[in-house]
Design a protein around this ligand. Structure first.
Ligand code: RP5
Length: 178
């Protein structure tokens, strides 16, 4: 990414840090990784829990901005304190991703993440909205990086084309409303 320093081994430093409260959240969080990879945005996925590894979480957040991370996606389920705790400890924008749960289908995660107190916002996406978490992270970065802005615009154009294409009949004509 232009304007960013490279790591010594030639690998680009992550711009988006994706934190999951548990490895069991990875099937959802990997969809965020996929979108970011598709848009060419360096990212990393780590497990850190607000409740189970609070000290290691603090350390990660304290070092994040200095390591070049500009946006954080935090996904957690149940009593999902993770995104709020992350937001409390950093000035970086935090996107909260409510993980679906077995008993309450993610409503517990959603309410835990979205009801932040005034002064410490978390941008909350839908329950299981992993792709949107990645896209929102990309759009935040797009304000600063023209190459990401171009990729976001291209993504939207392709999405529009695919939707219109899906409504066409076998002769490539728009299907008639019933
Ligand atoms: C949360 O508890 C995690 O984010 C996860 O969604 C949920 C269950 O975690 P495990 O018991 O599967 O590790 O902290």
């Amino acid at each position: 990414m232009a304007g960013r320093s490279e790591e010594k081994r030639g690998k680009t430093a992550p711009m988006v840090g994706i934190i999951g409260g548990s490895k069991t959240d990875f099937p959802v969080l990997e969809k965020t990784v996929m979108i970011l990879n598709q848009l060419g945005i360096p990212n990393e996925l780590v497990v850190l829990s607000a409740h189970r590894t609070p000290d290691q979480l603090s350390q990660y957040i304290e070092q994040a901005a200095g390591r070049g991370i500009e946006v954080i996606v935090a996904g957690a389920g149940g009593a999902a304190a993770l995104p709020g705790v992350v937001a409390a400890k950093t000035h970086l924008p935090v996107i909260g991703l409510p993980i679906p749960t077995e008993n309450l289908r993610g409503l517990d995660s959603l309410l835990s993440i979205v009801q932040m107190p005034k002064g410490v916002p978390v941008a909350t996406v839908a329950i299981g909205g992993a792709e949107n978490a990645g896209l929102l992270a990309a759009q935040i970065l797009a304000v600063r990086y023209p190459e990401i802005r171009d990729k976001v615009i291209q993504f939207r154009a392709e999405q529009t084309r695919a939707v219109l294409e899906s409504s066409r009949g076998p002769k490539n004509e728009p299907t008639k409303p019933r």
